[in-house]
Structure formats: C-alpha cells, structure tokens
Design a protein around this ligand. Structure first.
Ligand code: CA
Ligand code: CA
Ligand code: CA
Length: 316
C-alpha cells in the first residue's frame, strides 16, 4: 500500500490554501458608519433566538434609557468593519423606547464575558452626558458577577473619546414601539482601544487578550442614572426588580452567546469547510500522483450541521 503521508508538494498546497483562507478573512472588510441602516446583527439569547426587551420596564422613569426591541426591531445589534472607512472596530446600536432631543438621560454599560464562562470580566461604560463623550472601562468586582445581584465593579477609567464617527443619537427611521418615537443610539470602538482597555482593566487573566474580527465576547447590557450600580434597565430582562435577581444571566437569557466582532456566533461548519478545503487540496495532489480514488477519504458525510448562530441581518 502506498503511503499517504503528505510529501513536500502536498505541504506546499496546504500552506497555499491556508494562506488564501487567512488572507480572505483579513482583507476586504467593509466600511461601517454610525448611520448605517442595514447589515446589523441582532443580539441573541443563548437559545439562539433574538434577545428582546419590553418597553416601560426601566426603573427610574426615563424612557430615553429604556431598551426596546422585538423580533422585527432589534433592541441591540452590532457590526464590525472599518469604522468610517479607516479603523478596524465594532459598532453597537441599541433602540430606546423614547427619543428625546437631549439624548440619553443616563449611561449605557456593557458587561463583557471574555472567556465564555458566564461571568462578567470587565465593564465598558458609555458616557454620552459629559461635555466630551467617552467610553471607559471598569474592572469587575470580587463577587461572582454571574447575575444582576452578584455583579459589581470598580471605578471607570481609561477614557476613549467618542467622535461623530463613533457616536450617534437619532430618532429611529422605522419602528415606534409602544406608539412613541424610538431612538437609535450607536457607539463604537476600535479593536486597538478595546484591546488596550481589556488588557489594562480585565485582570491578569486577560493581560494578553487579542481583539480581532474572530475574537469572541459574550455581552450583557444595562442602563444606569450613575455609573456605580445597575438601576435602570437590564437588556433582555422583561420586568423590574432585576438588580436583586440571583438567577444567572445565562438562565435569564440576558447574556449573548460568545460572538465574534460582527455579532455572530462562530459556525463550527467554518472550520469543517476549511478542513474540507485542505483535504480537497491534498486529494488533488494525490490524484495527480495517480493515487487510486478509493484511497481518498470520503469527507462528504462529515459536514457538521449548520450553527444556530447563522442569523439574517436586521435593518434599523
Ligand atoms: Ca426596556
Ligand atoms: Ca417607543
Ligand atoms: Ca468570564
């Protein structure tokens, strides 16, 4: 029997295919803008359905800070690409129940689970009230940080200024949930600034965290009238009194699955397809060497099922 161990020609083919695939994912990113109305990926719950949020369920009375969304008008969404055509980064967009000329009444905070174990590792706070709008970071507290009741954080620090390229507040062009005009709040951060924030404030376990299009993060979001504790609206939690809830974010359906920068759950099939590509390249080389067809591994039956993360993008 002939040996199937790859010889140098096959190794070259494998390297060529791997380089091709790598290059295709690193280049050709689309430009993204805070005013985009298409191409947004809705946040999902761990069960793969769109994360929704009820209107009038925030606790301090400001509809401007009341997450609002259903399966048509997503409450939270994101996309990745070249922000303003220049810098690799993420744009987030949330729908609020009440559009107000003065903008947000409070603050938006994203809790980020960097290792996919259900605990928040770092907070990213959006301050659109200060004269210089900014994003800052806070280290998660010493508690479990796995539920609203067990989540605390330190002081926010490490400012990244928001600009007209990374922040926008506007009345939603479509949708008026509850019969009142909705607001779309859009904010963004470059991979470089997000990586620096994580490495600096998420603790020693994430001192070498690398942010790229394929880095995965799970998100929780809430609004507050200050930046010290959760007191307005919890994204994905329909009702009030959530700050005392010890149910985990995962069980509440208030945390996304780990998602890539685009806001999509990585598909296992992607890796299978890469494997098929490489196997295909190997098979091609073997065929050229007159290896009998029956010696080529039958890979067609090994394709993994589609991931639940494959979701159509939503318009805004
Ligand atoms: Ca709400
Ligand atoms: Ca509304
Ligand atoms: Ca964690």
């Amino acid at each position: 029997m002939r040996c199937l161990f790859p010889d140098s020609s096959i190794v070259r083919a494998v390297i060529w295919f791997a380089t091709l695939v790598s290059a295709s994912s690193a280049f050709g990113q689309t430009s993204i803008y805070v005013t985009d109305t298409t191409g947004w990926n809705a946040w999902m719950k761990p069960d793969g359905t769109i994360m929704q949020d009820a209107i009038n369920d925030q606790q301090t009375g400001q509809g401007a800070d009341d997450f609002a969304g259903d399966t048509t008008y997503a409450a939270f969404a994101q996309k990745a690409g070249l922000i303003n055509g220049t810098t690799d980064g993420i744009l987030f967009q949330t729908r609020m129940n009440s559009y107000q000329a003065n903008g947000l009444a409070g603050y938006i905070t994203l809790g980020m689970d960097l290792d996919g174990n259900g605990s928040i590792d770092i907070m990213m706070g959006i301050d659109a009230k200060s004269a210089t709008k900014n994003i800052k970071f806070a280290t998660a507290g010493n508690g479990a940080n796995t539920s609203p009741n067990t989540t605390t954080w330190g002081n926010f620090a490490g400012g990244v200024n928001l600009t007209t390229s990374t922040y926008n507040y506007a009345q939603a062009g479509t949708g008026a949930l509850g019969g009142t005009p909705d607001a779309l709040v859009t904010f963004g951060i470059s991979f470089a600034d997000l990586q620096t924030g994580i490495r600096t404030y998420a603790g020693p376990a994430f001192a070498n965290f690398t942010m790229s299009y394929t880095s995965t993060i799970a998100f929780v979001a809430w609004t507050t009238t200050q930046q010290k504790s959760i007191n307005q609206d919890m994204m994905g939690y329909n009702g009030k009194g959530y700050e005392k809830d010890t149910t985990t974010y995962t069980d509440l359906g208030a945390i996304t699955p780990p998602m890539d920068a685009y806001g999509k759950v990585p598909e296992p099939a992607t890796f299978v397809q890469l494997g098929l590509l490489l196997l295909g390249g190997s098979a091609l080389m073997l065929r050229r060497r007159n290896v009998r067809a029956k010696q080529v591994s039958p890979v067609a039956s090994q394709v993994a099922p589609e991931s639940t993360g494959k979701l159509d993008t939503v318009n805004r």
